[in-house]
Design a protein around this ligand. Structure first.
Ligand SMILES: Cc1ncc(COP(=O)(O)O)c(C=O)c1O
Length: 369
């Protein structure tokens, strides 16, 4: 029987040899590959500055800190996201205010943003859900008019463009994730991009204890000063090497993901009771989300398990419905959570595998008519 994994394992023998070389070198962090990966990332996204972090959550936390969010402030976040987006705001003492989303892109609704702005609002964090670009023209305009800071949570969006510009460059800061299911992975890991020198310096200091002198620039080992209450959110050099190697090959992965998404759209278009966001050539397709009635979704999930088809759900509970936040207010997001299922779209999938998956969907729908 065909076995289809939800995400691919991108690590090759060549990657393992490189990691092993770095491990043997004894120089495990602050190394050459961290710099190489950061430079390559800036080139890929066309951003002025990039700095690696231990994961995207840490990056979002640093970004919120750098933008000065604090107790008494409100920051608008989408309800349909990973809890990390909202937690990043809460860590600073500010309050995340949940905005509902558009069906079926999963992206934050700009009219909802407008409705939620008040005197306390200091910023917005958007998420380019599944790799679909948000409506940046409207969102940037809202931020300008209301003097709001903008963070782009690009955890799903490596390779996503809007108006020919890589996402992450529209706001003050963009943050990416290299968690194993993502388009490229370093195990745990993330990176921050910005085009502001002062934000970059702030984040670079705060990701390493608030230390003011780079390890390679210290005249006397250990001699540095600390000017802020920093954290330790660095990435190791062997992880950076994994990321660097994958980024070098990423254009081919990206074009296969887009090709696969197109095939899904074509094959799913005449199936009744299935919804999905139309094909978007600017999207980077972290996943391919489809929507199906809640009771049929359960049957599909069980059938996928029997048939060895990997899938996931992003996200089965909106963040404002989590016990920690318990506001239970974003109803589009709730519908999305109840009906969505994330299909694999990575480069180990091809037309034959997509056809296998789509036939399973057809069978389940037919049985449950
Ligand atoms: C939208 C979004 N933001 C943030 C995160 C957190 O990323 P990380 O696991 O790298 O901390 C994730 C995780 O998958 C995510 O999907």
């Amino acid at each position: 029987m065909l076995k289809i994994n939800f995400s691919r394992n991108p690590i090759t023998q060549k990657d393992m040899s490189l990691v092993s070389k770095i491990l043997k070198s004894g120089w495990l962090t602050h190394g050459l590959y961290s710099q190489k990966f950061e430079n390559e990332f800036s080139k890929f996204t066309n951003s002025k500055y990039s700095t690696l972090v231990s994961n995207c959550t840490a990056g979002l936390h640093l970004a919120c800190k750098a933008l000065g969010f604090k107790k008494g402030d409100e920051v608008i976040v989408p309800s349909q996201t990973h809890v990390a987006t909202a937690h990043a705001v809460s860590y600073t003492g500010a309050t995340p205010v949940f905005a509902d989303i558009n069906l079926y892109s999963g992206n934050i609704s700009s009219s909802e943003i407008k409705r939620l702005i008040n005197k306390k609002t200091k910023g917005i964090i958007i998420v380019h859900f599944a790799g679909y670009p948000c409506d940046m023209k409207k969102i940037v305009d809202i931020c300008r008019k209301n003097n709001l800071k903008l963070i782009e949570d690009c955890a799903h969006a490596l390779g996503t463009k809007y108006d020919n510009k890589h996402v992450g460059n529209f706001g003050d800061v963009g943050v990416f994730s290299f968690y194993p299911t993502k388009q490229i992975s370093t195990g745990e890991g993330g990176i921050i991009i910005t085009n502001s020198k002062s934000i970059f310096n702030n984040i670079k200091n705060n990701k390493a204890f608030g230390i003011d002198t780079d390890i390679k620039k210290r005249k006397i080992p250990g001699l540095y000063n600390v000017r802020s209450l920093g954290l330790n959110f660095r990435m190791t050099d062997f992880q950076a090497a994994l990321g660097y190697n994958q980024l070098k090959k990423y254009n081919s992965e990206l074009s296969t993901r887009r090709k696969n998404a197109k095939i899904y759209c074509e094959m799913l278009k005449n199936i009744p009771n299935i919804n999905f966001h139309p094909y978007d050539s600017n999207a980077s397709y972290f996943i391919f989300p489809i929507f199906i009635q809640k009771n049929i979704r359960l049957k599909l999930i069980n059938y996928f398990k029997i048939k060895n088809v990997g899938f996931s759900i992003h996200y089965a509970r909106p963040v404002d419905f989590m016990k920690y936040y318990k506001l239970n207010k974003c109803l589009n997001s709730k519908k999305f959570s109840d009906e969505t299922i994330s299909l694999p779209v990575h480069s180990e999938i091809d037309k034959r595998k997509i056809s296998y998956i789509v036939n399973i969907i057809k069978e389940v729908i037919k049985k449950n008519k």
